[in-house]
Design a protein around this ligand. Sequence first.
Ligand SMILES: *[C@@H]1O[C@H](CO)[C@@H](O)[C@H](O)[C@H]1NC(C)=O
Ligand SMILES: *[C@@H]1O[C@H](CO)[C@@H](O)[C@H](O)[C@H]1NC(C)=O
Ligand SMILES: *[C@@H]1O[C@H](CO)[C@@H](O)[C@H](O)[C@H]1NC(C)=O
Ligand SMILES: *[C@@H]1O[C@H](CO)[C@@H](O)[C@H](O)[C@H]1NC(C)=O
Ligand SMILES: *[C@@H]1O[C@H](CO)[C@@H](O)[C@H](O)[C@H]1NC(C)=O
Ligand SMILES: *[C@@H]1O[C@H](CO)[C@@H](O)[C@H](O)[C@H]1NC(C)=O
Length: 234
Amino acid sequence: MASVTLSSSLTTNGNTWLSPSRDFAFGFHQLGNSNLFLLAIWFDRIPARTVVWHANGNNPLPRGSKVELTSSNLVLMDPEGLIIWQANPATPVISAAMLDTGNFVLKGNDSSTYIWESFKNPTLSCQPKLILDLGSKLFSRLAETNYSKGRFELNFSNGSLELNPIAWPSEFQYDHYYSSYTYNANPYESGYQLVCNESANVYIVKLNGENAQFPDWDRINYTGDNYYRATLGF
Ligand SMILES: *[C@@H]1O[C@H](CO)[C@@H](O)[C@H](O)[C@H]1NC(C)=O
Ligand SMILES: *[C@@H]1O[C@H](CO)[C@@H](O)[C@H](O)[C@H]1NC(C)=O
Ligand SMILES: *[C@@H]1O[C@H](CO)[C@@H](O)[C@H](O)[C@H]1NC(C)=O
Ligand SMILES: *[C@@H]1O[C@H](CO)[C@@H](O)[C@H](O)[C@H]1NC(C)=O
Ligand SMILES: *[C@@H]1O[C@H](CO)[C@@H](O)[C@H](O)[C@H]1NC(C)=O
Ligand SMILES: *[C@@H]1O[C@H](CO)[C@@H](O)[C@H](O)[C@H]1NC(C)=O
């Protein structure tokens, strides 16, 4: 599928918007044997779908829910038409697309930039070509088939990648149990992007262009015939 046109919609009946390679799908992912669904992006080549992004982990929806692309938004609705989630791009929508990278994007008038992208609103995974900017967070899920916010958080807010335990259900943030210690009071010497590169390496880029490599994270012998992703185990 090249482009998702305005007024297109998907329901929980199993239709998807596929990337041209057919590697990634955007649509409703059923949670186990429940009658509950997540609006999600998943790797579509294997029967055990690997979900890499979702819109409503804390609020899975019943059969009959719907997502629709309008000229102003991408909107997720429950069967009664109540809006549960929306992308809220700043400018009008012309089309959308599921890209081969696994990035779902909304395009506006200016085709050279995206007005919304799942890669800029990550929830679960860091994957090739996904760059976490300062202020990004990733969350673990609560259990294998429960995508509610879980007990761990990746916080890239301060130039350092920090992993925090989160109390459940109070969401109290405990002190980090891991830090990359790449924060520096001098912004040029401080981390500003967390990169998951195409050869399965993960590193932090500083504003001065230097890379801070995590020990051992560049050791995977990438052969180019599969995808890697970084995620927080529940
Ligand atoms: C798209 O851009 C053109 C030229 O800049 C402008 O005339 C038109 O109003 C724009 N349309 C929308 C929907 O923003
Ligand atoms: C996930 O777990 C929470 C806490 O036990 C529960 O309230 C919620 O209903 C669960 N969600 C699903 C989809 O099972
Ligand atoms: C994330 O990092 C920022 C900056 O260090 C800090 O203010 C915030 O409390 C952190 N959040 C969590 C959940 O640890
Ligand atoms: C950022 O981290 C450094 C070092 O861990 C700490 O001294 C500083 O207070 C933090 N700043 C914020 C805004 O959290
Ligand atoms: C990813 O990072 C590794 C280690 O720095 C480097 O050897 C490799 O060329 C990078 N891959 C890409 C596609 O940039
Ligand atoms: C990657 O390849 C090198 C050289 O063949 C080998 O020494 C190393 O153990 C391999 N690493 C992994 C994680 O398999």
